[in-house]
Design a protein around this ligand. Structure first.
Ligand SMILES: NC(=O)C1=CN([C@@H]2O[C@H](COP(=O)(O)OP(=O)(O)OC[C@H]3O[C@@H](n4cnc5c(N)ncnc54)[C@H](O)[C@@H]3O)[C@@H](O)[C@H]2O)C=CC1
Ligand SMILES: O=C(O)CCC(=O)C(=O)O
Length: 312
């Protein structure tokens, strides 16, 4: 068996794959080199940078499985994989806690401004009034998408005494968790207009692309913050820039951008923006879990066993 891994994977996962076959591991194996390696490969394992195209799948005539070291599947042509009869396995729920904790870090950053206050003190300041800020207790968290990450975030927000509103048109699988964690399910307009923090947890697809745009931003309170850990394309960055610059919302934390890495962006010039390099799901714990889970599921498919992490 030949297993091609084209982006970084933790050692624990690599070990599992190596016991099953010959692993070609090159964390920067993209484009033409990757296509060449795939010609006689049985499995391909990627993260979110490798674009798995229809053409790539067509040329990989021996391919039996694609493993995705993460959750978002917008970099894989799922229709082409389905037509070719190649199952895609992914790391369902493996990084959800990490993302939920990232969202808390962002909310607490906006609420308490510890880094700014530290810089202020190191610069000789001691203005206590300036850093008298707000509690999360009693504030409203608005979840767009209440799946694995949304429900884990709700669990934590409940413990902080936040009110939680959720919008998810495909809710049934997570309805019980939403009830348990105090999520009041409602429509998109209500979530956007009532939330103090709006957090996005939807996949990027044709229905969610530019979901946050001029019109939907206009529904948010001027005191509200937007947190995007989903995918850059879910937010229209130009519309967001203008909303932030004109003070129509208070701030935004963006872990994901339309172009990653970004060349340059007007967002860089704003003080009320937190920008991070797609790290919400990147913790040691989540990466060990992700690598082991995906490696195990890839091996199961190669052995002809059923996997519970196949994309439906
Ligand atoms: N920044 C990072 O490091 C990470 C980013 N992600 C992103 O977060 C997304 C969500 O991840 P999970 O919660 O694990 O996925 P999930 O599949 O468990 O949840 C997604 C939820 O979005 C809902 N949804 C789908 N279309 C919708 C729409 N039009 N409006 C409202 N809700 C909609 C689904 O019904 C589902 O409940 C991933 O697709 C991925 O793009 C995930 C993990 C790490
Ligand atoms: O895939 C990654 O490296 C980042 C995590 C992510 O965005 C995801 O799981 O969808």
């Amino acid at each position: 068996m030949k297993i091609v891994v084209s982006e970084f994977i933790w050692e624990e996962g690599l070990q599992i794959l190596s016991e099953q076959g010959d692993v070609v591991y090159n964390a920067d194996l993209w484009k033409e080199d990757l296509v060449r390696e795939l010609v006689d490969a049985d499995a391909l394992v990627v993260r979110n940078q490798t674009r798995v195209t229809r053409e790539m799948i067509r040329r990989a005539s021996r391919l039996k499985v694609i493993g995705r070291l993460g959750v978002g599947l917008d970099n894989i042509d799922l229709a082409a994989a389905r037509e070719a009869g190649i199952p895609v396995v992914y790391a369902r729920n493996a990084n959800a806690i990490s993302v939920a904790e990232y969202v808390f870090a962002a909310m607490l950053t906006f609420a308490r401004r510890l880094e700014e206050a530290t810089a202020h003190v190191k610069g000789g300041g001691w203005n206590r009034r300036l850093y008298t800020r707000m509690e999360l207790y009693g504030k409203t968290l608005g979840l767009i998408g209440t799946g694995e990450i949304g429900t884990r975030l709700a669990h934590r927000a409940q413990a902080f005494g936040m009110k939680i509103l959720g919008y998810d048109p495909f809710i049934p699988p997570y309805e019980v968790a939403c009830t348990e964690f105090g999520v009041q399910l409602t429509d998109l307009e209500t979530v956007l207009s009532r939330a103090d923090f709006v957090s996005l947890h939807v996949p990027l697809n044709s229905a969610t692309r530019n979901l946050i745009n001029r019109e939907t931003l206009a529904l948010m309170k001027p005191s509200a913050y937007l947190i995007n850990t989903s995918r850059g394309g879910v937010v229209n960055e130009d519309d967001l820039y203008h909303a932030l610059k004109e003070g129509r919302i208070s701030g935004a934390a963006l872990d994901v951008l339309v172009q990653e890495p970004p060349q340059d962006s007007p967002l860089f010039k704003l003080d009320n923006v937190i920008l991070t390099p797609h790290i919400a799901g990147l913790t040691e714990e989540a990466q060990v879990k992700t690598s082991v889970l995906v490696a195990q599921e890839v091996v199961k498919i190669l052995r002809g066993e059923p996997s519970s992490c196949v994309v439906k």
